[in-house]
Design a protein around this ligand. Structure first.
Ligand code: ZN
Length: 231
């Protein structure tokens, strides 16, 4: 592995003059400050693999610090807290984050196909007309916010992954609570693994989360769960 490789993350932030793209270099040393994530030191090749694969397949996703399952936010401006320049700090204003970081979270938008899914398309169009569609839509795809949290014993157990309420609002359904049918654990948490075997974060997104999100769209359209979940 090329240790000199730099990983640059970018986020669009709202500023006084409109929006601007802010970029920073991910500092693996700063990630080690996250409490309860000793795997970063024990398996440095795994975080490098995830950063590399994500930069190739999901270049706009970012790695942020969190408390439990939610990202931490800057006390000054409310933006995400990211590992850079030797510490965890606000990506926008640079304010150092002084509280404990306990979770390392990947967050980004996943394109989920909605074209041809009639009931869902109608609902999204209705929301758009009323100015109530909260998620971006790009041609036939809805861009769905996802967050994925490393477990403290990565890679020996699975990451947890969450939708936001806005996804289910866009589909015209409420978020399912604990539901075997929908493969949801409640609290917007996805049930993705009946048995865990080691995968990278990129692999989890492409092979577990993407089909899971598409299944939610199909179920909201009135299709049978058995067709979309084969476990
Ligand atoms: Zn800030």
């Amino acid at each position: 592995m090329d240790l000199a490789k730099k990983f640059i993350h970018t986020k669009t932030v709202v500023s006084d003059s409109g929006t601007e793209n802010v970029s920073w270099e991910v500092d693996i040393g700063a990630l080690k400050q996250a409490r309860g994530n000793d795997w970063i030191s024990d398996y440095p090749q795994l975080i490098e693999r995830d950063l590399k694969e994500m930069s190739e397949m999901f270049p706009r996703w970012i790695l942020v610090g969190g408390k439990e399952t939610n990202p931490a936010s800057c006390s000054e401006c409310g933006e995400y807290v990211v590992p850079t320049e030797g510490k965890m700090m606000c990506l926008a204003c640079g304010e150092p984050y002084t509280l404990n970081i306990r979770a390392l979270i990947w967050t980004g938008l996943l394109p989920v196909q909605i074209s041809g899914v009639e009931k869902v398309e109608r609902n999204i169009e209705k929301l758009r007309e009323r100015g109530q569609l909260k998620l971006p839509r790009v041609s036939g795809f809805l861009l769905v916010p996802i967050r994925i949290i490393y477990p403290s014993d990565w890679p020996h157990s699975n990451p947890s992954a969450y939708y936001t309420q806005e996804f289910f609002e866009s589909l015209g359904t409420g978020a399912p609570s604990y539901s075997h049918e929908y493969h949801m654990n409640g609290s917007l948490s996805m049930c993705l693994f009946s048995r865990w075997h080691e995968m990278s974060i990129r692999d989890v997104i492409q092979n577990r989360i993407a089909p899971h999100a598409l299944a939610q769209v199909k179920l909201a359209n009135g299709e049978r769960p058995q067709k979309w979940f084969n476990e």
